[in-house]
Design a protein around this ligand. Structure first.
Ligand code: PGA
Length: 254
């Protein structure tokens, strides 16, 4: 049974308690779109408030530390976000790879910590514009993904989601062409099968991310091997975010 399309909102550093009304509206709308799995990753401070109120959507974190606890001022562990109600964590986002200098080895350690704490992992990957222009996008993404993912994941189809996000498409209004998305997702699929076996590797959802909005979601979500979307800017209001979920539901019906 293929998993439902997965539409995940990455709120980044946006949202205060005043924004909870949007989370509530997203949750209510998600109850009417059961063919689609909807989730949001708000800032840490809103994980528990959203978890407490949400009936349908899952809430997740945008990062976690690789250690269980200790003298790490300002950091938050996987067990802590799980305790607050998070069911998943986004790891390896290009904004963290760049601004926090996170490398593949650290991201892999974080993924292991998250899985050990019972969280699902959304592992991000993607290439910079100059890498794509040089014709090295596929090779770059496969190498990055292979080095960032734990070597073994029990129940990988359920526990792992991959998000392909070309860096040059994030927050820029640019999106990759359906052909380029199909090529990349096809290559990621082959890698996942090689890493996690035919059964799990074929089922793991591969999301596309980077300037996804209601207007382009239908076309993107219809591309083969696109199992959903990781959405930044357009996930901040229920209207635009659920417009994307609606498109996912329609793409699913084919
Ligand atoms: P965007 O962000 O939808 O605002 O481009 C996507 C992301 O960074 O996950």
């Amino acid at each position: 049974m293929p998993l439902r399309p997965y539409i995940v909102g990455n709120w980044k550093m946006h949202g205060t308690r005043a924004t909870l009304s949007e989370a509530r509206a997203i949750d209510r709308a998600a109850q009417r779109h059961m063919k689609v799995e909807v989730a949001i990753a708000p800032p840490y401070t809103l994980i528990h408030p959203v978890h407490r109120e949400a009936e349908q959507i899952a809430v997740g974190a945008q990062d976690c530390h690789d250690q269980e606890s200790g003298a790490h001022t300002g950091e938050i562990s996987a067990a802590m976000v799980a305790d607050a109600g998070a069911k998943f964590v986004i790891l390896g986002h290009s904004e963290r790879r760049e601004a926090q200098s996170e490398n593949d080895a650290l991201i892999r350690a974080k993924a292991q910590a998250a899985l050990a704490a019972g969280l699902r992992v959304i592992m991000c990957c993607g290439e910079a514009e100059k890498v794509r222009d040089a014709g090295r996008a596929v090779a770059h993404v496969k190498k990055q993904l292979k080095a960032s993912l734990p070597e073994t994941i029990e129940d990988a189809a359920e526990k792992l989601t991959v998000a392909y996000e070309p860096i040059w498409a994030i927050g820029t209004g640019k999106t990759a062409t359906p052909e380029d998305i199909a090529e990349m997702h096809g290559e990621i699929r082959k890698l996942l099968i090689a890493l996690f076996g035919e059964e799990d590797g074929a089922e793991i959802r591969i999301l596309y991310g980077g300037s996804v909005k209601p207007e382009n979601a239908g076309e993107i979500l219809n591309v083969p091997e696109v199992g959903g979307a990781l959405v930044g800017g357009a996930s901040l209001t229920a209207d635009s975010f659920m417009g994307i979920a609606l498109a996912a539901g329609e793409a699913e019906e084919g």
